[in-house]
Design a protein around this ligand. Structure first.
Ligand code: ADP
Length: 260
């Protein structure tokens, strides 16, 4: 009887070990697969502008005598594609930096009202060009412990999107509020909205609802992934509520006092 007990215990142990080994392998395979997917997405995204540049340059070269206006038009397109490529590379570098476990926040006390004003001032020319009104509703003065550069990037991405995916004569309203624990930053727009079934997916790297529109507006497809990373690094949360054709609201909730 004793023998059987021992062997059945040994059996159980072996079974437990092999099942945890199997779990680890599955986990590693998943990590490897998502890494492969990411690399393949990156390659594809980086190739797209290059391919356009190739086509534009080849057609220019194949044309012989080119009127100066046409030449300028092609050059403008090439220049836009170069900007797009640079944006993808910059965004990728930001993401990769944040992914490293040693990525650290440079926390200081920041007046968020001033920060939001600065961001809106920088984006106002883009909004004006698209005839979108930018409104800042500051419910109270808020000072918080944050990484100013990273948070600024996160908010800029949200406001830029709210401008890009808007309608002509639309508006974007940024609201800043706080309680004793958190600050709340809301970016609301009167734009095209996001279909319910993809609302979870838009935070994924390179996911876009409308590829053509994102391309046209020079998006890298990485903006929301960066924003979410920054928010999580601050131990905060990001929430989206949106209705197609009516607009979207992104809300950040971030602790006022950062505790490492
Ligand atoms: P992109 O560079 O394409 O803007 P993002 O990661 O910033 O990449 O956003 C991912 C996608 O989410 C966008 O392509 C767009 O389809 C959708 N999106 C983001 N913000 C908004 C918004 N305010 N209104 C409607 N759609 C949005």
């Amino acid at each position: 009887a004793l023998n059987t007990d021992i062997s059945s215990e040994a059996y159980r142990e072996t079974r437990d070990i092999s099942s945890s080994v199997a779990q680890t392998i599955t986990k590693l395979q998943e990590v490897d697969q998502s890494r492969q997917e990411f690399v393949s997405n990156v390659s594809h995204e980086l190739k797209t502008p290059i391919t356009s540049i190739r086509v534009l340059a080849d057609s220019l070269m194949g044309m012989g005598e080119v009127p100066v206006e046409l030449y300028r038009e092609f050059m403008e397109d090439i220049s836009n594609e170069i900007d797009r490529e640079s944006k993808i590379i910059d965004d990728l570098l930001s993401l990769v930096k944040m992914d490293k476990s040693e990525a650290e926040l440079n926390i200081t006390q920041v007046n968020l009202n001033v920060l939001v004003e600065q961001i809106l001032k920088r984006l106002r020319p883009i909004a004006n060009r698209r005839k979108v009104e930018l409104i800042f509703e500051s419910i109270r003065e808020v000072t918080a412990d944050v990484d100013e550069m990273k948070l600024s990037l996160a908010i800029t991405n949200l406001v830029e999107n709210a401008i890009k995916y808007n309608m002509e004569e639309g508006w974007v309203r940024v609201t800043l509020d706080a309680d004793h624990k958190f600050f709340y930053l809301k970016v609301q727009d009167s734009g095209i909205g996001i279909p319910e079934d993809v609302q979870d997916r838009i935070f994924e790297r390179f996911y876009r609802v409308d590829k053509a529109r994102s391309r046209e507006t020079g998006g890298s497809g990485l903006g929301l992934a960066i924003t979410r990373n920054v928010v999580l690094m601050h131990k905060g949360a990001i929430k989206l509520s949106s209705k197609e054709g009516e607009g979207s609201t992104f809300t950040l909730r971030i602790p006022l006092n950062y505790i490492a």
